[in-house]
Design a protein around this ligand. Sequence first.
Ligand code: SF4
Length: 185
Amino acid sequence: MTIVDEMTTPPCIFEPEVFHDENLHNPPARHEVSAAEWAQLSAKRASAHRKCAGCPLMVDCLYRAVVEVDVSGFVACTSETDRHRMRAELGIQVAQPAFAFGGARVGGGPLSHDAVMSMRHAYPKDTCGQLAERLDCSTSTIKRHMRRAREMKKDAASGLASIPSLPTIDDVLDCFDGLESSQVA
Ligand code: SF4
């Protein structure tokens, strides 16, 4: 028998289909969807946002998702775009992909950067969507690894030793407060 402690279990555990919804963590532009779809997406996002805002793990989850690991999914009130913006503002990069907090990564287990790059080298003419199918992950995950590969190449070419000092929790929270999406719920 499985016993679930609802007092300490994060809400995302109970709704993985929401927190891993591609349209939520990697939203379409307003003009790409109908008014009804936009309203539905906004409502779903606000609901997930409220659950994260009330989660006892919220601060730790946000810090780790922004500073320590590059996770997939809607995490700690942020989309992947939000976290990318925050890292740019904080002047940091995340070295390794990892699990989504509170649940499995989109597509199952963890997917390493090397695994994505190996598949890219094996099938250089594949689109991101085709690579995603081969690796059983989302297209946005493939795009994120491609972006990281470009950034690493650029850093190597410029001779940058990218070992930034880590931001504090307050730095991350201040940055989060500046996001338009932090006001959603
Ligand atoms: S994504 Fe993080 S903040 Fe949101 S419910 Fe899950 S553990 Fe809590």
